[in-house]
Design a protein around this ligand. Structure first.
Ligand SMILES: Cc1cc2nc3c(=O)[nH]c(=O)nc-3n(C[C@H](O)[C@H](O)[C@H](O)COP(=O)(O)O)c2cc1C
Length: 109
């Protein structure tokens, strides 16, 4: 997360990937995602904590990423957060370990 949103490098990647006629199309009834049968895993690193508490409402990144993915047809999205990474070495270690533990439980298919 950079400044509550998606880092520009990742935004640029989506700007290339979201292309009408390739990954989505416009129909008479609205846009349709063309990426079928895929899932996405979002590995999110943040200095602060957004999974709960007063700062949760400042997470504009995960909703944005989910919207971008849904627009091309990917609605099966798992979010793994490594958070609190700026709250000192102990918090950073705990945040990374929690994320690593979650990653180990993910099913590959
Ligand atoms: C330019 C910049 C902006 C950042 N903005 C936020 C922010 O809004 N909220 C937050 O929790 N962390 C913020 N951080 C901390 C990063 O999210 C955190 O360091 C993360 O681990 C960076 O991932 P990376 O090393 O893959 O770039 C920011 C870091 C940078 C360099």
């Amino acid at each position: 997360m950079y400044n509550f949103g998606v880092p520009v490098q990742l935004k640029t990647w989506f700007d290339y990937v979201l292309q009408a006629g390739r990954t989505f199309r416009y129909t008479a009834s609205g846009p349709e995602g063309l990426v079928k049968g895929k899932r996405a895993i979002l590995l999110i690193a943040t200095g602060s904590v957004y999974s709960e508490g007063p700062t949760a409402k400042a997470d504009f990144m995960v909703p944005h990423l989910k919207q971008l993915l849904a627009f091309i047809g990917i609605t099966d999205v798992t979010v793994v957060r490594a958070e609190g990474l700026a709250f000192g070495p102990d918090a950073a270690k705990a945040g990374l370990e929690k994320a690593a533990a979650e990653i180990r439980t993910l099913k590959t298919a």
